[in-house]
Design a protein around this ligand. Structure first.
Ligand code: GLC
Length: 447
């Protein structure tokens, strides 16, 4: 105790000496100054907006740029960084997958195609949104669009647009030749040839034949029309080597061989097909409804000459339009789930879906299909109800990307003349079975 008091006395006399020194007083003043600045600036810095990042398919970035501006104006605490990705769903999916496999995804949000949900959810990459959206809110969307966001009873994705493949036809050419719309795939070939002869239109039928996800979407429609199936998601049975599937492939190959479709279809995606059809180069086209406003735009050669209808079938088959569509999910690795959720709510809101619907993107909110403003602009939205009644799904399985890759590879081998349909489809079926066999043994092992 004595020692302590001595020290104190000694130290305080030392301090008095130091305080009298001018340099120490300057130092203390500077220190207090810095501390004050820090305390004043801290809240300013901590209010820096949070950045929410995502990757977007290139053609959709112009759609989202003004929406992002509007959101940022109303939410100054959030900045959105939209990164422009490639122009094919599977390529964007690959970029997300490699970023997530590396474990440090630079993204917070993800715009998911219907066919991605199972894989991303099974890998644990998506936040469970089941408790965030109320059943009443979900009931306002088309049921198929919500279902496409579920995996094992949990909700991972909220839709902002839906999609379904349709058959576009030239009303004027059919009328000129005095023909009715085709009802079966055989009719499609015959009517096409007649139109080519009678009206001089270059091509009959355009479809997406490139090796990418779009070819799988196009193929499930023809497959269903011929009465076949790809993978049964419940039993994991594979139907690619069945006679119906071979017939479906033969039909597509036949369109090129018979001069109804150009050889180029084997390298075409949606946009190549749309441009050729829009320039007046063909009588029929398989595509998604986003093409409608473009086909009716002022610069289009087929303005007001195009009709749409559900897909065709053969006797015994099921006409089916492939269900597509996109929705937002939150990556479970995001450090900003609350801000990401606010952006997601805005992007899936009625306001945003209405703006996008007026640009031709089919909404997922049911009310917008009866909206007078939208119907006045796009009367075909009423017809879409008929198309949605007969949709065909791509199998919702965690290994979808690999299964689709197998199908794309072998279809492409047939379309480019490298393999005969039977050989290609048998190999595709057996590769798919071994992929799914591994899947079912892994599931059994997990119990
Ligand atoms: C459209 C569909 C999507 C599909 C893709 C194929 O974007 O909405 O579901 O996978 O086309 O190219």
């Amino acid at each position: 105790m004595m020692l302590f008091k001595k020290l104190l006395r000694h130290n305080s006399s030392q301090w008095q000496v130091h305080l009298r020194s001018r340099s120490l007083r300057v130092w203390i003043a500077a220190l207090i100054g810095c501390l004050t600045c820090f305390l004043v600036l801290l809240p300013v810095f901590s209010q820096q907006p949070v950045e929410i990042r995502f990757l977007m398919l290139a053609p959709e970035t112009p759609l989202f740029a003004p929406l992002i501006e509007e959101f940022e104006r109303e939410n100054p605490d959030i900045r959105i960084r939209m990164v422009e990705g490639p122009n094919a769903t599977n390529l964007v999916e690959d970029l997300y997958t490699s970023a997530l496999l590396l474990g440090s995804s630079p993204y917070d949000l993800i715009n998911l195609d219907v066919v991605w949900t199972a894989k991303f959810a099974a890998a644990g990459w998506l936040m469970d949104l089941s408790d965030r959206a109320t059943p009443q809110e979900l009931a306002q969307h088309l049921e198929t669009s919500i279902e496409a966001g579920r995996y094992q009873d949990k909700l991972y994705r909220i839709p902002w647009r839906t999609d379904a493949g349709v058959l576009f036809y030239r009303k004027d050419l059919l009328q000129e030749a005095g023909l009715q719309q085709p009802q079966t795939f055989t009719d499609l070939l015959e009517v096409s040839k007649t139109l080519q002869q009678k009206t001089g239109v270059d091509w009959g039928y355009l479809w997406q034949g490139r090796q990418y996800e779009g070819v799988a979407a196009m193929f499930v429609e023809v497959l269903s029309g011929f009465g076949g199936y790809w993978i049964n998601p419940e039993t994991l049975e594979v139907g690619l080597d069945q006679p119906e599937a071979i017939n479906a492939v033969n039909f597509l190959r036949g369109t090129v061989r018979q001069g109804v479709s150009p050889g180029g279809v084997t390298t075409y995606q949606e946009e190549e097909v749309r441009r050729l059809f829009q320039s007046g180069g063909a009588a029929f086209m398989r595509n998604w409804p986003y093409a409608i406003p473009l086909l009716n735009s002022e610069e289009s050669a087929v303005r007001n000459k195009v009709g749409i209808r559900p897909m065709l079938s053969m006797p015994g088959g099921q006409p089916g339009s492939c269900l597509g569509g996109w929705g937002w999910g939150i990556l479970s690795s995001t450090p900003h789930p609350e801000e990401a959720w606010r952006v997601l709510q805005y992007f899936t809101s009625e306001r945003v879906q209405r703006i996008n619907a007026l640009k031709g993107y089919l909404p997922s909110l049911r009310s917008l299909y009866e909206d007078p403003e939208i119907l006045a602009e796009f009367p075909h939205y009423a017809e879409m109800a008929q198309v949605f009644e007969k949709t065909v799904l791509r199998p919702s399985i965690a290994q979808y990307a690999q299964a689709s890759d197998i199908l794309q590879r072998y279809l492409s081998a047939v379309f480019s003349g490298r393999m005969a349909p039977e050989d290609a489809m048998q190999t595709a079926a057996s590769e798919t079975r071994s992929l799914l066999g591994r899947l079912s043994s892994a599931q059994e092992a997990r119990g």
